[in-house]
Design a protein. Structure first.
Length: 290
C-alpha cells in the first residue's frame, strides 16, 4: 500500500483527516489549485466511508486556502445561539457540557415525588454526549460561517456531493430573470388603447419579448405580427405572430436594441407575403432598463 495510507498508530488521532492534510500539502506544494485528488493506489486501500471523509476534508481545505470572501456581519445573537446549540444549552440555561457544581445534589424524576436521580449520573451522560459532539464542532462552525459568505467559500465547499469526482466544480445558482427594457406602444388609430412590451433575459439565458395588446382580430380577418425595427422603418426583424392578447416571443441572440429600438405590431393577412403589410396598429420605442 502507498505511504499515504490510513494508519492508527496513535490513540485518538483522525487518520482520514491526517491523510487529507498530507495530500493537500503535497498538492499545494506543487502549485496546483482546487481540491487535491486522491491517488488511485491510496483510494484502493480505503473503504468507501473513509474515502468520502478524505475527499470531503480535501474540499474544505481547498476552500479555506482560497482568497477570503467578503463576509457580512452576523445577526445579533447568532454566535450565542450557535454556542448554545453546540453545548446543548436548554431552556433553563444550563449547558450539557458545564462542569459547574449544581445548586442541588439531586433532582426528582418527573411526576414522581418518591424517586430521586443523583446528578452525578446526569453529569456522566452529559460528558459522554459532549465528547461525541466535539469532533463535529469545527465542521458545524464552518457551515454556520458559510451562511454569511457573499460568494464562493466554505459553505459551497461543504455543499458538494461526497461522491463527486475530485476537482469537480460546485453547481452555481441559476441566474435570476433580468428585465432589459420595456415599451409603451401607442395606437396608430386615434382613440385606440395602449399596448405594452417588455424585453427580458430569462433564467434559461434566452432573450424574450412579452407583448400585451388590448385586442386581436378575428381569425377570418387576419392576425397580428410583432416586429423589431429601426426608427425609420427601413430595417425590420419579425419575431412572430400573435393570436392572443398576451404573448411571449423569442428574440434571436445577437439582436441589438440600439439598432432595433422600436416595437411594431402590424395587422397581417393570409396572403403569403412575409413582409410587413404596411398597417401598424401599435408602435413604441423600447426604453432600456439595464
Amino acid at each position: 500500500m502507498s505511504e499515504l495510507s490510513l494508519t492508527h498508530d496513535r490513540p485518538g488521532e483522525d487518520p482520514a483527516a491526517d491523510l487529507a492534510v498530507r495530500l493537500h500539502r503535497e498538492h499545494a506544494a506543487a502549485g496546483l489549485g482546487g481540491p487535491a485528488p486522491v491517488p488511485d493506489d491510496v483510494a484502493a486501500g480505503l473503504d468507501s466511508r473513509s474515502l468520502k471523509e478524505v475527499r470531503g476534508t480535501l474540499r474544505v481545505l481547498a476552500a479555506l486556502d482560497a482568497p477570503a470572501p467578503a463576509l457580512l456581519a452576523p445577526p445579533a445573537g447568532l454566535w450565542d445561539r450557535i454556542a448554545a446549540d453546540l453545548d446543548g444549552t436548554g431552556e433553563d440555561g444550563a449547558g450539557l457540557g458545564s462542569d459547574a457544581a449544581p445548586a442541588e445534589p439531586a433532582v426528582r424524576a418527573a411526576g414522581r415525588d418518591d424517586v430521586v436521580v443523583p446528578l452525578a449520573g446526569r453529569r456522566a451522560a452529559r460528558s459522554a454526549a459532549r465528547a461525541e459532539r466535539t469532533r463535529w464542532r469545527p465542521v458545524a462552525a464552518a457551515a454556520a460561517a458559510g451562511l454569511l459568505v457573499g460568494g464562493l467559500g466554505v459553505g459551497l465547499a461543504l455543499s458538494g456531493r461526497d461522491d463527486a469526482a475530485d476537482g469537480a466544480p460546485v453547481a452555481q445558482p441559476t441566474p435570476a430573470e433580468e428585465v432589459l427594457g420595456d415599451a409603451q406602444l401607442d395606437p396608430v388609430v386615434q382613440d385606440g388603447q395602449l399596448a405594452l412590451a417588455e424585453m427580458r433575459r430569462e433564467q434559461d439565458g434566452e432573450l424574450r419579448l412579452e407583448v400585451r395588446v388590448p385586442a386581436v382580430p378575428d381569425a377570418e380577418d387576419g392576425y397580428l405580427e410583432v416586429w423589431l425595427r429601426d426608427e425609420a422603418a427601413s430595417r425590420m426583424i419579425s419575431l412572430g405572430t400573435v393570436s392572443t392578447q398576451d404573448a411571449v416571443l423569442t428574440v434571436p441572440e445577437g439582436v441589438r436594441l440600439a439598432e432595433y429600438p422600436v416595437v411594431d405590431v402590424s395587422h397581417e393577412h393570409f396572403d403569403g407575403d412575409p413582409t410587413h403589410s404596411g398597417t401598424s396598429l401599435w408602435v413604441g420605442e423600447m426604453v432600456r432598463r439595464s
